[in-house]
Ligand binder design. Structure first.
Ligand SMILES: [Ca+2]
Ligand SMILES: [Ca+2]
Length: 107
């Protein structure tokens, strides 16, 4: 007969679940770009702060307003108040979102 003794020490050591860690998928830059572009809700070819907020919310941010504001000041190179989807500003926005490390929604 085998008796399993669980000491308090055994309880406190929580093994890292590598399988769970491996399942976490981060947004790739390509996917981020697609997602962000799709959030041009009024189709004017640029992202307003509100649209970025919505996008970040979708990406899993729980402080969308703050992130949107930060992203805007980071990506809006020409100071137009919008992130233009046609040029470098989009790339900057993608970089910003990428560096946050949003995880893909798990199915
Ligand atoms: Ca727009
Ligand atoms: Ca701009």
């Amino acid at each position: 007969m085998v008796i399993l003794v669980q000491t308090p020490a055994n309880f406190s050591v929580k093994p890292i679940n590598h399988r769970t860690v491996d399942k976490v998928q981060y947004w790739s830059k390509e996917k981020l770009k697609e997602a962000l572009k799709s959030y041009d809700l009024n189709g004017d070819g640029k992202l307003s702060k509100e649209e970025i907020k919505q996008a970040f919310k979708y990406l899993g941010s729980n402080c969308g307003s703050y992130r949107a504001w930060k992203a805007m000041s980071h990506a809006d190179a020409d100071g137009s108040g919008y992130v233009d989807l046609t040029d470098k500003e989009l790339e900057e926005l993608v970089d910003y979102a990428y560096n946050i490390g949003y995880k893909m929604p798990s199915k």
